[in-house]
Design a protein around this ligand. Structure first.
Ligand code: DX5
Ligand code: ZN
Length: 217
């Protein structure tokens, strides 16, 4: 399967958001939406007014990454906005994670489970078969523009091996510090979807960077 690129609008120009979304409609595969609550992570990004505005312009699938406490509260509203992919942190949902994954699927969304770099990858294994994708953070969730953590390569390979061993089709998404320099190695380790914020939106030619990321391997 071709590598999919999901630019994060966290690094976009919020004063001209529609223009950036239109650019993504023609250049990217997925629009990655980072929702932060200032509690689960020490930063606040945006919430439903912005998600609704993006949904009004988006022509490609939207992928909401909830870095919030109580992610289960927001599933229905996302489904009704037409958001097709919803991911939440295992650290936030805890023992409620399996139920929330099932709820997301029942609402017609792809269900994603996320972990920060300090959570063992094996903590995801019980959810193989219950999630449509797993999001491995390659920085600690909360801020764009951080440096990619090298330990991520081994984490991707381990998760990929376990998904394959079980004959499951879950995808692996990787988020944080992705650049043209490390994208090929991240994809080579087994990633299916790359999130990129700064690398895309701080570039002189964002569509060219998106295309180069997609063709990196
Ligand atoms: C971090 C977010 C990421 C981030 C990616 O908490 O989940 O999606 O915005 O941005 P870059 O690519 O700049 O690390
Ligand atoms: Zn994200």
């Amino acid at each position: 399967m071709q590598l999919q690129i999901a630019p994060s609008i966290l690094a976009a120009d919020f004063g001209a958001l529609a223009k950036d979304i239109e650019m993504l409609n023609s250049a990217a595969d997925i629009i990655h939406l980072d929702v932060m609550d200032g509690s689960f992570v020490p930063n606040i990004s945006f919430g439903f007014p912005v998600l609704k505005a993006v949904a009004g312009v988006a022509g490609i699938p939207m992928d909401a990454h909830f870095m919030v406490a109580h992610p289960e509260r927001w599933a229905e509203r996302c489904a009704s906005l037409g958001i097709g992919m919803f991911s939440f942190h295992l650290e936030a949902a805890g023992t409620g994670s399996a139920d929330l994954l099932q709820k997301l699927r029942s609402l017609g969304m792809k269900a994603g489970l996320v972990i920060n770099p300090d959570i063992p990858v094996s903590m995801l294994y019980p959810y193989i078969g219950k999630a449509d994708y797993f999001l491995l953070m390659s920085v600690f969730a909360g801020f764009g523009g951080q440096k990619f953590m090298e330990c991520t390569y081994e984490r991707i390979s381990m998760l990929k091996a376990e998904i394959t061993r079980r004959g499951d089709g879950a995808l692996i998404e990787v988020d944080g510090g992705i650049t043209l320099e490390n994208a090929a190695a991240v994809a080579g380790a087994g990633a299916d979807i790359l999130v990129a914020g700064s690398a895309v939106f701080r570039a002189a030619d964002p569509p060219a960077v998106i295309s180069a990321l997609r063709n990196c391997r």
